[in-house]
Design a protein around this ligand. Sequence first.
Ligand code: FRU
Length: 500
Amino acid sequence: MGKDSIAFDAHHEARIEKAMQAVSEASMAAAADPHRLSYHFMAPAAWMNDPNGLIYFKGEYHLFYQIHPYSAGNGPKHWGHAKSADLVNWEHLPIALAPTLEYEANGCFSGSAVDDHGVFTLIYTGNAVKDKRKKQVQCVATSDDGITFRKYAGNPIIGEFPEEGSADFRDPKVWRHRDQWYMAVGSGKNGKGNALLYRSGDLYDWTYIGKMAESRTPEEGVVWNCPDFFRVGDKDVLMVSPAVWEGNKQFVRKTLYYIGRMDYETGIFHPETAGDVDSGWDFYAPQTLVDSQGRIILIGWMDMWFNPMPTQAYGWAGAMTLPREVFLTSGGKLGFRPARELEQLRHGETRFAPFRMEQGEAKKLAAEGDALELSLSFHAHEATRFSIRLRESVDGGHPAATVTFDGRANELSVQVAGATGPGDPSIWADRCELRPAADGTMRLRLFLDRSSLEAFGNDGEAVITRRVYPETDSLGVSLHNAGAPLHVGDLLVWKLRSIW
Ligand code: FRU
């Protein structure tokens, strides 16, 4: 049951009005950007990062997100809001949360949404910075109509971090198990990222249980951001977006998943298998929802902290990945395949008859564009080295992105022309292990939008997500075989329509 004592926050409505005005004013310039995406979710303008409060509620998918309405850069976060009937077409709704109160003065940070016996409830982090010290607390807001949210008068519901935590104490993920609510909060201490577990009967009074899980190596993070937790098949899954240290600077990195078992008696999660949710550089802070069909749908932020973002010149930055369905692979890993609803975007199909490519041969496809889905299969073995070049310049050279499968290393990788963020991401990002099926078949499905690429290997066993910023007239697609002779089958290219 939602609590009656909802804060009277005289400024909230006015601050939301003001923020929406700012976004609306910036939206004309954003719309003129040739790199504006055509079938991915974006805010109308301004800076956005993490998805928040992903939920299937009363027949509709809701997506909230971190937005700084007043610039295309970082700043005090609000919660943007949109909904969809099909995960593909989105309707923008009014901003749901604006930071107006002392405990959230520097941002309504990431969090989740639940259906509390019919009450649409958001649980988020209030971020306040005073004298360079940050204080992060957990808060609740509720809504009667799914549009206007009011903050709980008793906020914060968790006002201090526990012994095992630190001042990094944020991004609550709330779920229900039996007749109790559980909350995992991201934190870290003594060089280890961790998820801290709480329990509540009513969503408002919380009891600290303990450390649910922590990083096992420094590479798994010194702080865990945005924990997410769900059940798939008979397994529990914890996902976290770690921050790691490189030299004396803190960097964020790939989102990890741990498949294992949650022991609700002890409050400890026992990991059995770990992996990357996405191996690309431009992927972070994903969340999941469970819909009415029982599917687990995942959406991530399709960009990364500290990236150069050419779109900022047009007053916007950041987008969401395509919705992906999460599943357990036959090898006991997690797989992520594009939600089938995305097929409605297809038009202008080009189908190629199977063909053979000799070593050193290149083939330009008579199908090009800046919003494409490409699907193909080939037989792979040790001597396979095969690439798909995308967004090639008019003269046929300079692809903005190249997707390569190397059979010697069993590796899928993406090479991008131009600048990336700090460090050298190619050391650890944009590449991952991918093995052909038992019969040697390898499948690739690529989604290319005006400034993004999502490469799915073997129906979602591996994913690499990357932002790319090609020249507008660089539209070519070609195949290159640097390895042994190769048979390409089932090659299909669709143009994808815009959702905006
Ligand atoms: C992750 C993150 C979260 C935080 C939010 C702030 O990208 O840093 O930990 O709540 O973004 O916008």
